[in-house]
Design a protein around this ligand. Structure first.
Ligand code: FAD
Length: 472
C-alpha cells in the first residue's frame, strides 16, 4: 500500500507523528507539497518567508531522497490536486498534520471532503504543538483567554517524547512518476519564478539540519542565561528558531526534550529559571495558537471592544516613516532596519516598535500587523496577531494600557548603544547618551541625513490616553 503524506507546516521527517504512524503500516510513503496561490499571492506574504520555505522544501526533498522516497511538488490547489494524485497513484490514504489557522482549517475540510467523495481514506494528527486545542482548558471547560493560568495548566500536563524517525522509505517507480507529468509535477521553483526577490542571507539557514544545529548551539551556549540574554537585542541571546517552528522544520517535542535534558544537567537556580523562561516562550506560542483556534475572529480585528471604534490617525506619512525606519527615534529606526534588512527583529524591539506605532503614532495596529507579515521570515498569523493585540492593548491581556517610552527602553536594553550603531551606522560616531535619549540636535541630524523625530513621545502618549478614555 502507498500512503501520501501531505506536508504543509511540517517540513521535516524527524520526530514527525503522522509519518511515524504511517510507517507502522507501510514503507511506501511519498511526500507531497502544494504551492498554493491563496497563500503565496496573499497580501500578507513576505519575500524572506518564501525564500525560507523554498529552502526548506529543498532540504526536505533531499531528506526523502536519502531515505529512498520522494517529495512531490505541485503548484496547485490541494483541493483539486490531492484526489487526482491519490487516484493516479492508487494511494491507500492521504495523511496530514492539523493546523490552527482559519484558512488552513477551511482548506482541510474541503480536501477531506473531496478525498472522501472519491472513496479515499484520510488520517490526521495534531503535531505542531505540545498540547493541541481542547487539551488545555479552564476548570469550567473553556479555552483560556489569559496567559498565566494557561501556562500553569499547560506546564503540568504530561509531555510526549519525540517519536522515531524512519531510516528508510520506499518511493515511486520511474513509471509511476511519469504518470504525474500531466498533473503538473515540477521541480522546486526559484524565488523569482514566484514573483519574489530576496538576496540577503536568512537569519537561520533553511532545513532540518540547520534548525537542529542551532538548537544544540543555543542549549550549549545561551539557554542557561536566557533570562538575561533575551532582553538585549545587541546579543545573539535567543534561539532564532521561530521560522523553523512556524514551518514545522523542528518539532516542539524535540525542543521540549532539550529543555528537560538541560534542566536535569543544570547546576544553579539561575540556570533553571532561565530554562523555565524559555519554556514559557514555547508556551506563549501555543497560547496564541489556542486563542486563534478558539476565537478565529481575532484574525480580523481587536478582541477588546473599546478598540473596535478607536479613532486612529490616518497619517500615511507617519506610517511610511515607521516602515522605512525614518521616525527620528534611533531605537525604532534601528529595529525597523533590522527587520527590513534581515526579515527578523528581536522580540524586545518588536514590542518597542509596536508600542510606538500604536501609542506614539496612534496608528491602527492592524497596519503594523500587516507590515510585519509582509516582512518577517518567521511571520505567523497566531504569534503576530497575538503580539500586536498585546502591544496595542486591544487583545486578551488583562493589563490595558502598556505604553513603552522608546528612550527608556533604549537605555535599559541597549545601554551601550551597540544595537543602534549596528543598524544605523551613520549614527555610530555620536555620544551613546545622546543616541539613547534622542538628544541629537537638528544640525547633528542633518549632517548625517538623519530625520528629526516625527512626533513628541510625551504629547502623543497623553493624546492616546485621552482617546482611550473617550472610547472606553
Ligand atoms: P526565542 O526567544 O528563542 O523563543 C523561542 C520560541 O518561542 C520562538 O521561536 C517562538 O516560536 C516562541 N515565542 C517566543 N516569544 C513568543 C511570543 N511572544 N509569542 C509567541 N511565540 C513566542 N513570533 C513569531 O514566531 N512570528 C511572528 O510573526 C511574531 N510576530 C510578533 C509581533 C509582535 C508585535 C511581537 C511583540 C512579537 C511577535 N512574535 C512573533 C513573538 C516573538 O517576537 C518571536 O517569536 C521571537 O522574537 C522569535 O525569536 P526567537 O526564535 O529567537 O525566540
Amino acid at each position: 500500500p502507498l500512503i501520501l503524506l501531505w506536508h504543509r507546516r511540517d517540513l521535516r521527517l524527524h520526530d514527525h507523528l503522522a509519518l511515524a504512524k504511517a510507517r507502522q503500516k507501510t514503507a511506501r510513503i511519498v511526500g507531497v507539497f502544494c504551492l498554493d496561490n491563496k497563500i503565496l499571492q496573499a497580501k500578507a506574504m513576505a519575500p524572506a518567508r518564501v525564500a525560507y520555505l523554498l529552502g526548506c522544501l529543498q532540504s526536505l526533498q533531499d531528506h526523502y531522497q536519502r531515505l529512498g522516497s520522494q517529495l512531490l511538488i505541485f503548484h496547485a490547489d490541494p483541493v483539486q490536486l490531492l484526489p487526482k494524485l491519490a487516484n493516479t497513484l492508487g494511494a491507500q490514504r492521504v495523511v496530514w498534520t492539523l493546523d490552527t489557522e482559519p484558512y488552513a482549517q477551511q482548506r482541510d475540510l474541503a480536501v477531506a471532503q473531496a478525498l472522501r467523495e472519491q472513496g479515499l481514506a484520510i488520517a490526521t494528527e495534531w503535531d505542531q504543538l505540545m498540547h493541541h486545542p481542547g487539551e488545555v482548558l479552564t476548570q469550567a471547560g473553556n479555552p483560556y483567554t489569559v496567559y498565566t493560568p494557561f501556562w500553569k495548566n499547560w506546564r503540568q500536563l504530561p509531555k510526549a517524547s519525540p517519536v522515531s524517525t524512519p531510516k528508510d522509505l520506499q518511493g515511486l517507480s520511474a513509471a509511476e512518476q511519469e504518470k504525474l507529468d500531466p498533473l503538473g509535477l515540477q521541480a522546486i521553483p526559484q524565488l523569482t519564478d514566484l514573483g519574489f526577490s530576496w538576496d540577503q542571507p536568512l537569519p537561520l539557514a533553511p532545513g532540518e539540519e540547520a534548525a537542529e544545529e542551532r538548537l544544540a548551539w543555543f542549549v550549549a551556549n545561551v539557554l542557561e542565561e536566557y533570562q538575561q540574554t533575551r532582553n538585549f537585542p545587541a546579543l545573539d541571546g535567543t534561539s532564532q528558531l521561530s521560522a523553523a517552528l512556524k514551518f514545522g522544520v523542528i518539532s516542539p517535542r524535540t525542543l521540549w526534550q532539550a529543555t528537560v535534558a538541560a534542566w536535569d544537567q543544570s547546576r544553579s537556580e539561575e540556570a533553571r529559571a532561565s530554562i523555565e523562561t524559555w519554556q514559557q516562550e514555547l508556551a506563549w506560542r501555543e497560547f496564541y495558537q489556542h486563542c486563534l483556534y478558539s476565537f478565529p475572529a481575532l484574525a480580523q480585528g481587536p478582541y477588546r471592544s473599546p478598540f473596535q471604534e478607536f479613532p486612529w490617525e490616518e497619517n500615511q506619512d507617519h506610517f511610511q516613516a515607521w516602515c522605512a525606519g525614518e521616525t527620528g527615534y534611533p531605537i525604532i529606526d534601528a529595529a525597523m532596519a533590522q527587520l527590513n534588512q534581515t526579515g527578523w527583529m528581536h522580540n524586545r524591539c518588536r514590542m518597542i516598535v509596536a508600542s510606538f506605532l500604536t501609542k506614539d503614532l496612534i496608528l491602527n495596529w492592524q497596519w503594523g500587523e500587516l507590515y510585519f507579515m509582509q516582512t518577517l521570515y518567521d511571520g505567523d498569523l497566531a504569534a503576530n496577531n497575538g503580539g500586536w493585540q498585546w502591544s496595542a492593548s486591544s487583545g486578551m491581556d488583562p493589563k490595558p494600557l502598556r505604553i513603552f517610552n522608546p528612550y527608556t527602553q533604549a537605555q535599559k536594553f541597549d545601554p551601550e548603544g551597540e544595537y543602534i550603531r549596528t543598524w544605523l551606522p551613520q549614527l555610530a560616531p555620536f555620544d551613546t547618551g545622546d543616541l539613547l535619549t534622542g538628544k541629537l540636535s537638528p544640525i547633528e541630524r542633518r549632517a548625517v541625513n538623519y530625520p528629526d523625530p516625527v512626533v513628541d513621545h510625551n504629547q502623543q502618549q497623553r493624546e492616546f490616553k485621552r482617546r482611550y478614555q473617550l472610547v472606553k
